[in-house]
Every structure is written in C-alpha cells, then in structure tokens.
Design a protein around this ligand. Structure first.
Ligand code: GLN
Length: 487
C-alpha cells in the first residue's frame, strides 16, 4: 500500500482499513486525493478543499471510516464553505452552519475533498442545469453523468474521490450512479436527517451515498442514519446498519413490474437487466412478475408535487437573506430582478408550474389529484411487498445520453426517471448497482447499465445484503473509468 495505483483502486472502506492498519498515513491519503481532485477534468467539483479546510471539524475518531476523504454534493450547507446548489442565486452564500449528515461524516473522521457539481437546486437528470456548466461522464466525456447528483457520481467513477454524498428526490442518486457505473443508495424517507440540506421537494428529498461498492454504501449509511432533533421527519433506522456479508439469495423473491417496462427501454439496457435476473436465479432467488398498476402515472404526479413543493421552498430566495442581490431600486424590483437573474430556466419552469398547481381554483384539480395518485402508488408498493421481498427494474431506460441530447425537450429528460420516481413517491429505499456494460442505441463504446433494487421501508439491511450477494455474482469492473476523470 502507499503507491498511487493502490490508493486509487481502493474502496472507501479499504482506504480507512489501510490507514487503521498503519499501512499508509491519513495525511498521505488526504494529499493523494486532494491532488486527484485538483486534476478534475470533468467539472465535477464546484469548490475544492485545501488540507486545512478538508480537516476542519473532523474528529480523530479511530472508527471504520476514519481518514477516508469524501466529496459532498453542493446542496449540503457547510459552515464557512461556499454552498450554491449550483445556482447563481446562491453565489457568494457561505452558510453559518453545517448539515447534520455532513456533521456525522466529520464525527466519523472523514475529511471533505470538496463540493460537487449538480443540477441547479437538484432539478434535472443530466447535470446540464448547473449554473456553473455541465459535468462530464468519465466513461465518455461527450456524455452526461446523469443528475442531479452528477458531480458526486462522476468524481467517484472518474477517480477524483473514493466516495461521495448525494441527494435523491426522484432518482438523483440512483440514476447518476447507474450512468457512471457505481453504487447509489437512496434510503427510506426519514432514515437520514435533512437538516442543512437545501430543500427542493421536502416530502421526497433524502440524502445517501454514492460509492464504488455495496459495502461502502452500508458503512456510510451506518454513519449517516439516525434521528435528528433538527428534522422532525427523521427517525433513523432501528438497529442501525452493519456491513453486508450475504453471498446467496435463497428464499428471496424479486418482483419485476413488466407492465412498466413495455416501451422506451434500450435493447442493451434490457439485455443487462435480463442477465441480472439470471444471476439472481443462480444465487437461489426467485423471479416473480408483479404489477404496480399506478406507477405509469408517477412521472405526471411527481411533476405536479415536486414543483409545488419547490415553488414554496424557493420563495425564500428574494435577494434579502442569501447570496445574490440584484437591483436596489425598491423592494419589489429587488425581488423580481434577483429572481430573474438568479434562477436558471428549469428552476423558473418548475416555480411557474408549481405556483400554478397550487393556485386557488386549481389546487384540488392538480395538487389534490397528484396527491391521490401518490397514495395509490404507496398502496401499489405495499401490495407488491406483500408478495415479494424486492422490486427490481433497470435504474434508467437508457445508458448515459449525449450532452445536449435532451436539453431541448424537458419531457424526454423527465422520462429518464420513469423507474426511480415511483419509488421516491412511495418513500421506500432503493439501490442502483452496476449490472455490466451495453452499447448505446446510436452506437459507440459500451457504457454502464444500472440495476435497481427496491425494498420495503426501513429494510435497508436486507436490501444491502441482497445487493452485496448480487454484486459479487455480477463482478462488475469499473476501473476503466478511473483515469477518465483527470484533465
Ligand atoms: N430528475 C428528477 C427531477 O428533475 C429528480 C431529481 C432529483 O432526484 N433531485 O426532478
């Protein structure tokens, strides 16, 4: 240990274990990763730490994560460090406090490498909605890394961080993890505190890890989860989380919602999905067809509910309290000009959609209707989990698409989340693990395909065990992208 190839190849848990065993010093590890991050050729980082800022507030914990540095999505408030949510409206904003989730990682002894690029206020599926430029996919820099946690996925896959923290409202951890060939876990709503996480849609937002493997995801979740008095919706995971060890799937049933998978899925994605079902059967698991009768309406409901919540959450950016202030003529023009200049086009689209959906006379038709659909989807998953242990789908219908391919057509962008959004509405946990490589529809070099596994609320340990067994059988090797991150 100690040579650069070994440091680059190590998972987060392996890195921490090697520090604990005295094979390499924490300082050496930090310097190595700071130098890697400084070579960012993906626009993955919006802000990078130096040695002192990386270690600010970090405890000398001696625990299983100690010394392994992490990249943090720029949606988490970090005291003394600029936090923008990739929006011009927050440029210059330096929070006076740190998000609880980030605080837990510091208490576990983890230095922060930097703040990662994302879609503005986490609205998007490609990272192209960042006010600070798109982030690139290390497998093919002509393609998107996914979004909204695109930077968090790209820096891990591209060898610019051992692991990272992201957030997921409708797929923003799972979809970029899938596009970049890494593991992404969205925990149950309420598993982790949202305090200090800049709000997009508060009834859906949940943070989680993006990692090289399932064990790393479990270790980070163990540190992150818990009840927090500062977030009344946080409850934590009873009994905590342990590193998974399962190698078989005997006695477990996996439900496939075939109806949801009828159209629009690339042939290569479907092929890797079917291969993975065969792996499940080889490990002793049973595949069962299930129905989620209302899931096909999930995108429509989500694009009423999430913008409605966002329009309320984003009303606080008015030029008075945070970041950008434009025009000081009078109060009203300050609000208007600040918001006109500060928000990007997708954010404005959502504020208008959400404000309209909540306006008097339309409230029940749109917001009320979408809430009723959400309830049906919750019930669909309850029914499904009465029959099977897990629900599985591809993470996304396609592999990573080309930069610019979907920017002109928001609806086609929204459809990237067809398999992730129903799970978000149901509030249950789901993980995306790499299922192999496939050629994109238009041809070109092979790209990663994600396999999504969803479980009942707070069944994260069971989910991680199954994902661990499957990961071992798939044997995905993401090392080809590790050098793709450097300029
Ligand atoms: N792509 C979805 C959206 O644009 C989900 C984003 C997210 O999970 N933050 O809203």
């Amino acid at each position: 240990m100690g040579n650069n190839t070994e440091l680059l190849a190590a998972s987060g848990a392996e890195t921490a274990a090697q520090i604990a065993a005295g094979e390499v010093s924490a300082a050496e590890v930090l310097d190595f990763w700071l130098a890697r991050a400084a070579g960012d050729g993906l626009n993955g980082y919006l802000w990078q730490a130096d040695r002192d800022s990386a270690l600010s507030g970090v405890a000398d914990s001696g625990g299983p994560l100690a010394g392994a540095p992490i990249a943090i999505k720029d949606i988490f408030c970090t005291e003394g460090v600029p936090t923008t949510a990739a929006s011009k409206i927050l440029s210059g904003y330096v929070p006076p406090y740190t998000a609880t989730a980030v605080g837990h990682l510091r208490a576990a002894g983890m230095p922060m490498l930097g703040k990662t690029n994302m879609d503005e206020f986490a609205m998007g599926s490609s990272n192209e909605n960042s006010a600070f430029g798109a982030c690139l996919n290390p497998w093919d820099t002509g393609r998107v890394p996914g979004g909204s946690s695109g930077g968090s996925a790209a820096v891990v896959a591209g060898g610019l961080a051992p692991w990272s923290l992201g957030t997921d409202t409708g797929g923003s951890i799972r979809q970029p993890a899938g596009f970049c060939g890494i593991v992404g876990l969205k925990p149950t709503y309420g598993a982790i505190s949202r305090f200090g996480m800049i709000a997009f849609a508060s009834s859906l937002d949940q943070c989680g890890p993006l990692t090289r493997d399932v064990t790393d995801a479990a270790l980070l979740l163990a540190a992150l989860q818990g009840r927090d008095e500062m977030d009344s919706t946080s409850v934590g995971i009873e009994g905590g989380i342990e590193a998974p060890s399962a190698e078989r799937l005997d006695g477990l049933t996996f439900g496939v919602p075939r109806d949801l998978m009828r159209e629009g899925i690339e042939a290569g994605v479907l092929a890797r999905f079917e291969d993975t079902l065969i792996r499940i059967a080889e490990l002793g698991g049973e595949i069962v067809d299930i129905e989620l009768p209302h899931a096909e309406h999930a995108i429509s409901a989500y694009y009423v509910l999430a913008p409605a919540e966002a329009s309320t959450n984003l009303s606080r950016y008015d030029g008075v309290r945070y970041g950008l202030r434009a025009s000081d003529e009078d109060l009203l023009s300050m609000y208007e000009v600040t918001r006109e200049e500060g928000f990007g086009p997708e954010v404005k689209r959502r504020i208008m959609l959400g404000t309209y959906a909540l306006s008097s006379g339309y409230y029940d038709a749109y917001y009320g209707g979408a809430q009723r659909v959400r309830t049906r989807i919750v019930e669909d998953f309850q029914d499904a989990f009465g029959q099977v242990d897990f629900v599985v789908t591809p993470t996304s219908p396609t592999v990573a698409f080309e930069l610019g391919e979907k920017t002109a057509d928001p609806w086609s962008m929204y459809l990237s989340d067809i398999f992730t959004v129903p799970i978000s509405l149901a509030g249950v946990p789901a993980i995306s693990i790499p299922a192999g490589l496939a050629e994109p529809e238009g041809g070109g070099p092979e790209l990663p395909v994600g396999f999504q596994i969803a479980a009942p609320a707070f069944a994260e340990q069971k989910l991680l065990e199954a994902a661990h067994a499957l990961e071992g059988a798939i044997g995905f090797d993401g090392s080809a992208a590790l050098e793709g991150g450097l300029a």
